[in-house]
Design a protein around this ligand. Structure first.
Ligand code: FES
Length: 283
């Protein structure tokens, strides 16, 4: 199975279809506010994994009820709920998928295809059940569960092996030692300009605003883009750093994500000034 997944990651034959679908998704899911909503910016976590709980839970519950006598109506209701709730989950997933790396998009394409097959089978199951053909409905639902499970397996590979929509910067904290670390003389720190420094080999950005200084991990949570090379812009009255790779924006006074594709906030380090020297430590 591992060899098969490696082949899938390297399957460049999927790229033509993937590129077309990516363009279509990016052209359809507009404006930015809609994309941010689907990325989960408003909760500071990716939305897609939360939304898929509803169809998966409904379909697994329906599979159990299908094994029990006298549960036809309840099973039919759960199959319907799963089919309806799969749509927003799929749209959020496509929105995240369109901002992934090429290798991730190849696996994501097959993940989406497996889930589309699963959804189609469940739609057929629902139609059969509503016509009173419960045997056919049950059979189609079990086939749908098989396809959706294959899709879930690939989704797990995407998240846990390939790191799709997982916070790419937070593991940097493990490389920072305990205690306060000197970073810069306040006298030499410019106002409202990004400055890059290192804490125990971990790159951080400094941003001074009056006597307040933000120290933030430099690696973008989305795909490790260099925030130190990004621009500073004002969004909703807050100074934000914009990632130069895909445009995620993070508040410089708190680290909250303001625009995706990152669905994760960026980590800020606590600071203090001792004898005119700015210091930072682990949160
Ligand atoms: S790496 Fe993609 S937005 Fe920063």
């Amino acid at each position: 199975m591992r060899a098969l997944l490696t082949k899938l990651e390297q399957a460049s034959t999927l790229d033509r279809t993937g590129d077309r679908l990516q363009r279509a998704v990016q052209a359809t899911l507009r404006p930015q506010r809609v994309r941010d909503l689907l990325h989960g910016v408003f909760i500071g976590h990716p939305l897609h994994p939360a939304l898929v709980q509803v169809p998966v839970g409904s379909w697994i519950s329906a599979a159990v009820l299908d094994l029990m006598p006298g549960q036809r109506r309840a099973a039919t209701a759960l199959v319907g709920l799963g089919a309806v709730s799969a749509l927003p989950a799929a749209i959020a997933g496509l929105n995240d998928w369109a901002a992934l790396s090429r290798e991730q998009r190849r696996v994501g394409l097959v993940h989406a295809a497996a889930n589309a097959v699963g959804l189609t089978l469940y739609a057929g199951s629902l139609a059969a059940r509503l016509r009173g053909r419960h045997g056919t409905g049950r059979a189609l639902a079990y086939l749908g569960l098989g396809a959706a499970s294959a899709g879930a397996y690939l989704g797990g590979h995407l998240a846990y092996k390939q790191g799709a929509q997982v916070n790419q910067s937070i593991s940097e904290l493990h490389r920072i030692g305990e205690g306060w670390h000197p970073l810069a003389d306040m006298a030499n720190l410019p106002q409202r300009k990004l400055v890059t420094r290192e804490v125990d080999d971990v790159s951080v950005i400094l941003y001074r605003h009056g006597d307040e200084v933000t120290v933030m991990l430099e690696r973008c949570p989305h795909q490790s883009g260099p925030l130190g090379e990004g621009d500073v812009t004002e969004i909703d009255g807050h100074a934000c750093v914009v990632c130069p790779w895909h445009g995620s924006a993070f508040r410089l006074n708190g680290g909250e994500v303001m625009h995706g594709p990152s669905g994760n906030d960026q980590q800020i380090l606590p600071t203090r000034v001792v004898d005119g020297v700015l210091e930072a430590r682990l949160p």
